[in-house]
Write a new protein. Structure first.
Lengths: 333, 228, 193, 279, 224, 446
């Protein structure tokens, strides 16, 4: 008998079908409908912003990341999500800079995929928010011609945008500073001002449900966040309707959906244990409501997730699963 | 670093303190603080003021000057009195001496540079606890002669100021688009507010460490190549 | 009263966190945060010293220094230094294990600027004894929080594949920047929109 | 006003001086300060080659006179002299030992039966059908030892064998522990005789696995002083108690070169890198 | 830090109880304490005058600015909860809480100036507020201290157009809005810094609310 | 009886269809047999023959070396032609006895080598089982006689029979239950009597309805035997999982099943005990599933112990051109072979030949902390963290995180999207941990 050229591997010798790149690329693909929905409201500007952020992220990953790490698709997600979290009128150079910052300091420096402690897309966004607080809180009005550019997208890099933007406050800003409530119907449909990806809660929910069904994202933290925000928001609303809007408003406004479905599910930066994910979600939800209601900022999803990212190792530590056969051992002692 | 810690933890009754620095030419004592043994970049001391006030170049100048003043004066005094200060109350005495000089510089600043003093705020009195100063007193001034102590103090002070100024320049130029208040990039520059906020301080210092790390790695790689 | 105290507490703990927003106590923040246990222990030691200082400073201010404000810095630091040294001796004698853990960092608490900062700020803000203690606890817990979080993140990084150039201190400062950014979310809290 | 200030600060100073003096008397834990000095003079490698858990433990023992300074194999002679001088004791004598590899089956001479896929560590490969290597005793070449050596004394050569730089090796034992195949032994540097094979298969059949294996032909046994070498266990074994009788002629007729007469480093082809660095 | 001097040969094993005498400890600390105290007291005396001068000048400049350049100023001190022209003996006029009254050349009162503060976005926002107690109209304000975000919140201090929006507005009380307005007691807030703007408005309202009654009481009591 | 089930676990494709319907056939004797002296857990057997000796079928070639050992018997008549180091299925070399099979020997049953069962005392049964060289056929090859004589301080109340066969591809237990259900019941009777238990549960995964039916059909009326269908899930057959599924009891970490009054035996082991007492011949052959997409003709075979893989695969018409990996055991826990000279031994449940496309990919990505491995691990470890620790060699910390409880089932590595060979890391770490503990008794002091 002719001996074949054998290989030897460790057991298990077979493996399930899912691979990290497959998961990442599917998640990236699932963001396409979200971008499309946004283009429906903001026209070509949405696309440009997302592209700029993605380009910044991908180029940075290419040059600072590990060899061939572009193939795993995670930098793509980072770029897309960063773009989706920015206002549609932000100068493109800022979006790209955010992508660079997020990947360079939120990921590459930590050792690349899987090692980072904070959500890279949100690190990029938090940087932009701190660096250019005006540009990132300038919200163009949705609607208008598809090809009209919202805001000064093509501002010269490192220079002020020349802002003759028609702005509209976001529903959260309206509530916080003008005590004006936007109807939940509009929020769900996405006909309100806001960042590229926060406009259509429904599309995000559907995409998230698809991913959860595929097992590509863990549904526990989003569900936990949404429930906490709903309950806590409603509770505060009953206590003081002027300070806090109702629970549904909280759930459907701002970046909550995008954050809960896509950012609080980034397995790298949230706890690995299921118990931990419930806890993580609950804390994120609580911080979101606290910042929205008592804080100085109208929106707190980004900060809430980043803060809880910092707590992730602690939560992991506290929620280790109980090893089979050790409960009784303890009782016996 | 170890020398400091060790000496604080152990009250050695010997008059000739073990762990005194080896004899070296004065110039080395001076240069060490600026380069090889830079208090901020190598010893990681005095980070608080370095980050807290480094968002303007003028702050850096003022802080650096005050620190050098305190460092040199206290080193001088401590070194000349090192034989009479009993070991047990060594630290307390050093602190008294340092605090005296700090308060003097604080008062002088308030009187003659009121605006600077206001922006530096509590960080001028906090020079007392700048780990560099006590560290130098412990590791150096308390063990060697006056000339060496002063040379070392100058070196360390300048090293601190240099690191501080690099940070200040980066932060002010990027964060405000100005240098010592002068506009650099014209009126349309979009300043990166981030850089003058707290995270920017951490980031800038992080970048300095990264640059150092990169430099070190490159040197290592070069060495290996040469060896080949 | 309660609301004022809780405002002092929470604003010191979260909004103006000594470490992340005020740049205080950084030497130990970067020096001892490699293991979580040491991290929170140092935080606890700091909190203890802070509270002690708050009390001592209040006594000094009320009874001794009213007439000589220019002696504040020097008097505070002498008191703090002596207190820490005595505490150190007590710990070394009675809790040698703890002493070994905190090793050379105990004396560094003396030169931890957070302590003196607290003393000075407590004075300029004119806090009474209770407010001073609450301020100290808030600040101390804030330090502990920052130390613990940093240590837990760094513990996780022990097993990560950090690029060589970032290994020594670079990444740790970037982490601090990220944490500091995250905690900016609490900014403006209490100012009421 | 000046008087007042003097009184306040002088008084504060006095009060705390009293407190510290009291504390000093009552609470002081005395520790020999020479320990710190000696510890600072040690290399701080904490390698354990001296048999103690870390350099500080060594310093404590050295100050107590319980260990001779030269027992630190990592430090250099000059430093050890300094320590001995500082403590006023005899430095003691250092005996240089180095790690020796009991295998020379590099990729050029040893048979590889199957392609190993998986983690690139010897430890992991050893559990997977011996990493596919024909010889079940031999070196897997995945460099666990190189990574374990904190002194950078080990470099893998082109044939996938670890070469120990005898200058740098401090006999710390780390590689001995790291190798899953137990291929390293610590041996006196001036013991020239070494069997570079652990394969127990007897006879020429072993050559199907590796061209440089010990075939237990017994020629070295005959050529060496009686009792110095034996092949009864399936591979040549040297009785180091009789090493003084060893002569180079013992290795001359070995058909595979499994037994060698060493001068300095093992293996003829020393990697370029480490030799240059040693220079 | 690794080399060591030990030219003295091997030190004998030190004994545990070797140390300095207690008296020497006490003396050293007391001596350096006294010395430091003395030096500081001297320095303090020397620097006191310029420090106080600067502080006083700063306040005066602010007062003059918010009152639109009064010809003369009058100062009232807050003692307990009432205003008085005299400070109790031993109190430092620099530290005391004060109200300034400005007069024009004709000797007419053009307004009063007081210091007030409130938490802003980052930390306290401290203003010198000038208003005309008779009409309730604002004569101006000046930011004495703030740590708001540079480029954003700090416009309340740096953006002169912002300050001008307040000129002559009626404090009954003052309100903020995001849009341009001509309402006599509404001010347009800064875009992107609503919170800081509102803090300014809050301080102004607080100043008028707390000081006007005090002034009224003082005047009723025949102070003027 | 209540069904509890165990949490977590994975569902790899079963692939049992290749052989599940094929009746068991006997494989002819090869020319040469290789009998390693180490075929069981415990001490290896002591050699008792020399080169040139003639042995009959069933003669011992190695004797039990103490209580934790069993003898090895010649599986065919022939001449001892060599005693040397030979490749062992576990990847090492082992002392092995080579028998050149006598082509024309009768190979017929000889006078009883094992006494009749009826009338033996418990001790005699245990002794007879040991002398017959019976070991667990479920894979671990633990000497069966030891499990038949539990320590006196533990009262055993239930015998659990492991018919789960949760490994993909393998069908030897399945075919045993379908074709020899009486033998299983007979073995069960012997064991129950020897252990002195009145109750036995045979756990069978639901994907083997014909086996369940066969066992039900032939169940002896006088014994309390329950045939319990189990959820199809890997690793249902792992001892502690099975006990949990059947009784709801968690065997304490680090403890043996006897501490909770349970003994687990594989159905194959039961059948083997029955056969030994039936035929009077010691354990010299076993049922092996030879299968896989890389094999031309999969089969369930009765194979003489000592048959080399080369001969076994040749009997199945050899491998296909895209065959890439030969595994002894199942694909989840089995051992890949680099040398086809390695023989089938007593613990060999199957031989699986994987085609190239089925083998694991080569690219390993970093752990993305997705948590799938946590959800897969049947003993509730944190493989993600353990894997991280293993990579940086923090073995002592791994021990603190219950490395010892990992049974190397491979569930974690199966689900890991980053293709991290977690169980390999753990296996290596277990070895390394032992080594470091031995090397440095004072470790951790510094
Ligand atoms: C980094 C950062 C700094 C900020 N600084 C200030 C500030 O100094 N003052 C302020 O009022 N709001 C500040 N904000 C708050 C927001 O800009 C807030 O949205 C704004 O006050 C709302 O005003 P708008 O409705 O006019 O946009 C800051 C926000 C961020 C993220
Ligand atoms: C009384 C008794 C003692 C046992 N002693 C051991 C033992 O010391 N070590 C061991 O690995 N297994 C021992 N076992 C067997 C285990 O329970 C288990 O069946 C065997 O390890 C094989 O299981 P596995 O294939 O799941 O690994 C013993 C079983 C019994 C009944
Ligand atoms: C992950 C894992 C899976 C197992 N699967 C089976 C199985 O499917 N069938 C089986 O009989 N034994 C299986 N075993 C072995 C059993 O744990 C146990 O050793 C055996 O049932 C004891 O019986 P034996 O000693 O008669 O072999 C498995 C072990 C492990 C660790
Ligand atoms: C469900 C899911 C959500 C993700 N969310 C984010 C995200 O919010 N931000 C981001 O930068 N990357 C995200 N990623 C990509 C990837 O996990 C991330 O870049 C890692 O943090 C890089 O180590 C996500 C990936 C998945 C599968
Ligand atoms: S690891 Fe081995 S080669 Fe390296 S120094 Fe230690 S004994 Fe020598
Ligand atoms: S000697 Fe051992 S550890 Fe080193 S490469 Fe060879 S097998 Fe690996
Ligand atoms: S191999 Fe170990 S860690 Fe992995 S799933 Fe199985 S028992 Fe759990
Ligand atoms: S399954 Fe793999 S990638 Fe996911 S957490 Fe576990 S080890 Fe990490
Ligand atoms: S702790 Fe602040 S300077 Fe060291």
């Amino acid at each position: 008998m002719n001996a074949p050229r054998l290989i030897v591997t460790a057991s298990p010798h077979v493996k399930g079908d899912d691979s990290t790149p497959r998961i990442m690329w599917t998640v990236a693909a699932s963001l396409v409908p979200v971008i499309a929905a946004s283009m429906f409201f903001f026209g070509i500007s949405s696309l440009l912003v997302v592209l700029a952020a993605t380009l910044g992220a991908l180029l940075t990953e290419r040059f600072l990341g590990r060899p061939r790490s572009l193939r795993d698709g995670s930098a793509m997600i980072t770029g897309l999500l960063l773009g989706l979290s920015l206002p549609p009128g932000i100068p493109l150079w800022m979006a790209a800079l955010g992508g660079f910052f997020g990947i360079a300091f939120g990921k590459a420096i930590w050792g690349g995929l899987g090692q980072n402690g904070f959500n890279p897309a949100l690190i990029g966004r938090a940087f932009l928010q701190t660096a250019f607080p005006v540009a990132i809180t300038t919200w163009p009005t949705p609607g208008g011609n598809f090809f009209t550019l919202k805001g000064d997208l093509f501002a010269v890099p490192f220079m002020h945008p020349v802002s003759d933007v028609v702005t509209s406050a976001t529903p959260l800003g309206l509530f916080k500073f003008e005590q004006t409530l936007t109807s939940v119907v509009n929020l769900v449909l996405g006909t309100t001002g806001g960042s590229v990806g926060e406009t259509s809660a429904i599309v995000i929910l559907i995409c998230g449900a698809f991913l959860a069904w595929k097992g590509y994202l863990n549904w526990r933290s989003p569900v936990s966040i949404i429930l906490t925000v709903l309950v806590l928001g409603q509770l505060l609303h009953w206590i003081n309707p002027v300070r806090s809007a109702d629970g549904l408003f909280h759930v459907f406004s701002g970046g909550l959906m995008l954050g809960a479905v896509y950012m609080a599910t980034d397995m790298v930066t949230v706890p690995t244990t299921n118990k931990g994910r419930w806890l993580f979600g609950a804390c994120v939800g609580a911080i979101v409501v606290i910042i929205r209601v008592y804080g100085g900022l109208p929106e707190g999803v980004m900060y809430a997730i980043l803060i809880m990212n910092a707590f992730t190792p602690l939560i992991n530590r506290a929620t280790q699963p109980t090893v089979f056969g050790t409960v009784k051992l303890k009782e016996a002692k | 670093m170890t020398a400091i810690g060790v000496e604080i933890a152990v009250d050695a009754p010997e008059p000739i303190v073990p762990g005194a620095p080896p004899p070296q030419p004065l110039s080395l004592d001076f240069w060490r603080g600026i380069a090889d043994d830079n208090p901020v970049m190598i010893q990681m001391l005095g980070l608080c003021p370095a980050m807290a006030i480094s968002n303007q170049v003028s702050n850096g100048l003022g802080m650096g000057a005050a620190t050098i003043f305190v460092l040199v004066c206290s080193s001088l005094l401590i070194s000349s009195l090192r034989k009479v200060i009993p070991n047990e109350v060594r630290l307390a005495t050093y602190i008294l001496i340092i605090a005296t000089f700090v308060t003097i510089s604080d008062l002088v600043m308030q009187a003659y540079f009121p605006l600077l003093s206001k922006t530096l705020g509590a960080f001028v009195p906090l020079i007392v606890v700048n780990c560099i100063i006590l560290g130098r007193a412990e590791a150096f001034a308390g063990k060697v002669g006056v000339r060496r102590a002063v040379a070392d103090a100058f070196g360390q002070g300048l090293g601190f100021t240099a690191a501080l100024l690099i940070m200040c320049i980066v932060r002010e130029v990027v964060g405000s688009g100005t240098f010592l208040g002068f506009q650099l990039f014209g009126p349309h520059y979009e300043p990166w507010v981030f850089m003058i906020m707290p995270p920017g301080g951490f980031l800038t210092m992080g970048l300095m460490f990264l640059a150092m790390g990169w430099w070190g790695e490159r040197k290592k790689a070069k060495l290996a190549e040469v060896a080949k | 009263m309660i609301s004022e105290l809780s405002w002092i507490f929470f604003s010191t703990l979260l909004i103006n966190n000594f470490t992340l927003a005020m740049f205080l106590g950084l030497c130990s923040f970067f020096g001892v945060t490699t293991k979580m246990d040491t991290g929170w222990r140092l935080g606890a030691a700091n909190t203890f010293v802070l509270v002690m200082t708050a009390v001592a400073v209040w006594i000094l201010n009320t009874f001794i220094l009213a007439q000589a404000p220019y002696l504040r810095t020097i008097a505070f630091i002498v008191v703090i230094a002596s207190l820490v040294q005595i505490v150190e001796m007590v710990i070394k004698k009675f809790l040698p294990v703890l002493f070994r853990e905190l090793g050379i960092y105990l004396p560094l608490i003396t030169t931890n600027c957070a302590i003196l900062y607290l003393a000075l700020t407590q004075t300029t803000r004119g806090y009474n004894l209770l407010e001073g203690i609450v301020y100290a606890i808030g600040g101390g817990l804030g330090l502990t929080l920052a130390l613990t979080l940093m240590a837990s993140i760094r513990e996780r990084l022990d097993v990560a594949d950090v690029p060589a150039m970032a290994r020594r201190m670079g990444l740790v400062l970037i982490i601090a920047a990220c944490m500091s950014m995250a905690f900016m979310g609490f900014a403006g809290m209490g100012s009421g929109g | 006003m000046i008087i007042q200030a003097i009184l306040i600060l002088g008084g504060t100073g006095l009060v705390f001086a009293i407190l510290i003096a009291l504390a000093n008397k009552k609470l002081k834990v005395w520790e020999d300060p020479r320990i710190d000095v000696v510890a600072a003079m040690l290399p701080s490698a904490n390698c354990g080659a001296c048999g103690l858990p870390g350099c500080r433990a060594f310093a404590e023992k050295a100050v107590m006179g319980a260990i001779q300074p030269a027992k630190c194999t990592v430090s250099n002679a000059e430093r050890i002299g300094e320590i001995a001088h500082f403590l006023g004791v005899d430095a003691g004598e250092a005996i240089k030992r180095v790690a020796r590899l009991q295998c020379s089956g590099g990729t050029d001479v040893a048979v590889q039966r199957a392609e190993y896929r998986g983690l690139g560590t010897c430890e992991a490969a050893a559990a997977v059908s011996g990493g596919g290597k024909g010889c079940a005793w031999g070196c897997l070449g995945l460099a666990d030892c190189e990574r374990a050596c904190t002194f950078g004394a080990i470099r893998m050569n082109a044939e996938g064998l670890p070469v120990v730089d005898v200058e740098k090796c401090t006999a710390c034992n780390d590689c001995v522990v790291a190798c899953p195949k137990d291929l390293f032994v610590l041996q006196l540097l001036d013991h020239p005789l070494l069997v570079q094979c652990k394969n127990l298969v007897q006879g020429d059949g072993v050559l199907e696995q590796c061209a440089v294996a010990c075939t237990t032909c017994g020629k070295c046994v005959l050529d060496a002083a009686p009792g110095l070498i034996s092949v009864a266990s399936g591979v040549a074994v040297i009785n180091y108690d009789k090493i003084v009788d060893a002569e180079e002629s013992a290795v001359e007729r070995c058909p595979t070169g499994a037994i060698v007469w060493l001068r300095g480093a093992q293996f003829a082809r020393v990697p370029v890198l480490s030799s240059a660095e040693a220079a | 830090m690794s080399g060591h001097e030990h030219s003295h040969g091997a030190p004998a094993a030190p004994t545990p109880d070797a140390g300095s005498s207690t008296a020497r400890l006490l003396f050293t600390l007391a001596f350096f304490g006294s010395l430091g105290g003395g030096i500081l007291a001297y320095t303090y005396q020397q620097t006191l005058t310029p420090i106080r001068k600067f502080a006083a000048e700063k306040v005066e400049a602010a007062v003059k600015e918010v009152l639109g350049g009064p010809a003369t100023l009058d100062t009232l001190f807050l003692v307990g909860d009432t205003l008085s022209q005299e400070l109790p003996a031993g109190e430092d006029p620099l530290v005391a809480t004060k109200l300034f009254i400005g007069f024009n050349e004709a000797g007419e009162r053009i307004g009063v100036a007081v210091e007030e503060w409130t938490p802003g976005f980052a930390a306290e926002v401290r203003l010198m507020v000038g208003f005309n107690p008779a009409t309730g109209a604002l004569t101006g304000f000046k930011v004495l201290a703030q740590t708001e975000t540079p480029g954003l919140g700090d416009k309340i201090a740096k953006d002169t157009s912002f300050a001008s929006r307040f000129m002559g507005k009626l404090v009954n009380p003052l309100k903020g809005t995001k849009n341009p307005t001509t309402d006599p007691s509404t001010v347009q807030t800064l875009t992107g810094a609503t919170i800081s703007s509102k803090a300014v408005i809050k301080v102004i309202n607080k100043a008028v609310e707390t000081w006007k009654p005090r002034l009224d009481a003082y005047e009723k009591g025949g102070g003027k | 009886m209540a069904f509890f089930g165990f949490a977590h676990g994975v569902h790899p494709p079963e692939e049992k269809g290749l052989t599940s319907a094929l009746p068991i056939r006997r494989m002819p004797y090869p020319d040469e047999l290789v009998l390693p002296l180490r075929q069981h857990a415990g001490k290896e057997a002591k050699l008792c023959v020399k080169v040139g000796d003639h042995v009959e079928r069933g003669d011992p070639v190695g004797l039990a070396d103490g209580y934790m050992s069993v003898p090895i018997h010649a599986s065919a008549a022939g001449t001892i032609t060599g005693i040397d180091w030979w490749p062992h299925p576990d990847g090492t070399m082992a002392q092995s006895v080579h028998i050149t099979v006598e082509k024309y020997a009768l190979q017929v049953p000889r006078p009883r080598l094992v006494p009749r069962w009826d009338g033996l005392t418990v001790e005699q049964v245990v002794k007879a089982v040991q002398d017959a060289g019976v070991v667990g056929l479920g894979g671990a090859a633990f000497p069966t006689h030891i499990k038949l004589a539990p320590p006196k301080d533990h009262a055993v109340h239930t015998l659990i029979v492991n018919g789960a066969e949760c490994e993909p591809y393998l069908t030897s237990d399945h075919r045993t239950m379908v074709e020899y259900p009486e033998r299983v019941h007979f073995g069960c009777r012997i064991m129950m009597q020897t252990l002195g238990v009145s109750k036995a549960v045979i756990g069978v995964e639901r994907n083997k309805p014909d086996a369940i039916a066969a066992l039900q059909r032939t169940k002896p009326a006088d014994l309390d035997i329950v045939i319990l269908p189990l959820t199809v899930k890997y690793p249902q057959g792992a001892e502690k999982m099975l006990i949990h599924s059947v009784t709801g009891i968690e065997v304490p970490s680090g403890k043996l099943p006897v501490t909770v009054g349970v003994v687990v035996q594989n159905v194959g082991s039961l059948a083997a005990v029955a056969e030994v007492f039936d035929t009077g011949l010691p354990l010299i052959e076993r049922i092996v599933t030879v299968t896989g997409h890389g094999l031309r003709r999969p089969a369930n075979l009765i194979v003489p112990v000592g048959t080399r893989l080369r001969d076994l695969l040749a009997h199945c018409d050899g491998v296909t051109p895209d065959a890439a990996e030969v595994i002894i055991g199942g694909p989840m826990m089995g051992l890949a072979q680099s040398n086809l000279d390695a023989p089938v031994i007593k613990g060999t449940t199957g031989v699986v030949v994987l085609a190239a496309h089925e083998t694991r990919g080569e690219t390993i990505y970093p752990c993305i902390h997705c948590g799938r491995c946590l959800d897969a691990c049947p003993v509730f470890l944190n493989p993600s963290w353990l894997g991280d620790l293993a990579r940086v060699k923090r073995y002592a910390d791994m021990a603190d995180h219950h490395l010892a409880d990992c049974m190397l089932c491979g569930s974690c590595a199966y689900v890991c999207p980053s293709n991290i060979p977690l169980s390999q890391l753990f296996q290596a770490s277990k070895v390394a941990l032992r080594r470091t503990l031995q090397a440095a008794p004072q470790a951790g002091a510094a």
